[in-house]
Design a protein around this ligand. Structure first.
Ligand code: G1P
Length: 294
């Protein structure tokens, strides 16, 4: 009998990016703190991790990202004021969101050297155990959260898992792309990976959506990873080496929900509309408002 895979307790959130696509909004406010309806983007992604049973939240931050730490901390004066005014439900809702003592860690990526480098910055906090990685720009919207589905697949197969979804062929050069053994299966063995393939060379149209479960050996490879696509230290390049050299299996978990790239203006706007449409307090007014605008 094969041993049960080690549990996934920790999740890494790389939040050091500058958000240049959103200037001037992101001059003083981190892009991860822009709101989708009334919750910051990063809160939605932490919610996804929580729903999958993650216990420790590791944020790789950078300069001007201090408010992300504040957001995941107690706000004493605000809570005191809510209590004094008898706003119990608002107070409880706020308190529920704060990770417990020791359940959130913050480390800094001092220079923007790429996703692979950002993940490597978390190595000592993750330690020697498999972990989840969630890229906060990419909101995954579905009844069953993406990471929960991935952990289910991981518990069955062990190894490494990457969420994938189809993109139009003319967009494959913007993403990490994987080739898989069984195109239509929910979970399939990955046969090839490439970061941002030049147009016309992608092994498939399945892109890496920004959710990963990785074994800790990835950190050894990231430590020596050369710069790749875009002159950055790429996570995908280290995953390729790991799959090749260690024989560690990589599985693709196909995500069937909606994905909103909140690092782009249109993705951000669409996410706001989609999430608001699910809110009984907002949907009717929003629909009427949009109809009027059209
Ligand atoms: C990163 C990954 C890429 C993935 C993408 C998803 O790229 O390197 O493999 O497809 O996130 O958003 P980036 O968006 O940082 O260029």
């Amino acid at each position: 009998m094969t041993a049960k895979p080690r549990p996934i307790r920790k999740a890494v959130f790389p939040v050091a990016g500058l958000g240049t696509r959103f200037l001037p909004a992101t001059k003083a406010v981190p892009k991860e703190m822009l709101t989708i309806v009334d919750r910051p983007v990063i809160q939605h992604v932490v919610d996804e991790a929580k729903a999958a049973g993650i216990e420790h939240f590791i944020f790789v931050t950078g300069r001007n990202k201090g408010v992300i730490e504040d957001h995941f901390d107690t706000a004493y004066e605000l809570e005191r004021t809510l209590a004094d005014r008898g706003k119990r439900s608002e107070l409880e809702a706020l308190q529920r969101e704060v990770p417990g003592a020791g359940q959130a860690s913050f480390t800094r990526q001092q220079a923007p050297l790429g996703l692979g480098h950002a993940v490597w910055c978390a190595r000592d906090i993750v330690g020697d155990e498999p972990f989840a990685l969630l890229l906060p720009d990419m909101l995954h919207h579905a009844d069953r959260p993406c990471l929960a589905e991935m952990i289910e697949a991981y518990n069955q197969h062990g190894g490494n898992h990457i969420a994938v979804a189809p993109v139009p062929e003319d967009q494959t050069h913007q993403y990490g792309i994987v080739g898989v053994a069984a195109r239509d299966a929910k979970v399939s063995r990955i046969t090839s990976m490439v970061e941002k393939p030049p147009r016309g060379t992608a092994p498939s149209n399945l892109h890496i959506t920004g959710r990963y479960i990785l074994q800790p050996e990835i950190f050894d490879l990231l430590a020596t990873q050369q710069r790749g696509a875009g002159g950055e230290i790429q996570l995908t390049d280290s995953m390729i080496t790991m799959a090749k050299n260690s024989g560690q299996p990589f599985h693709a978990v196909r995500f069937d929900g909606a994905i909103y790239d909140c690092g782009s203006k249109i993705g951000f706007l669409m996410a706001n509309v989609a999430y608001a449409m699910e809110r009984p307090d907002l949907a009717p007014l929003l629909k009427a408002g949009i109809k009027k605008l059209m």
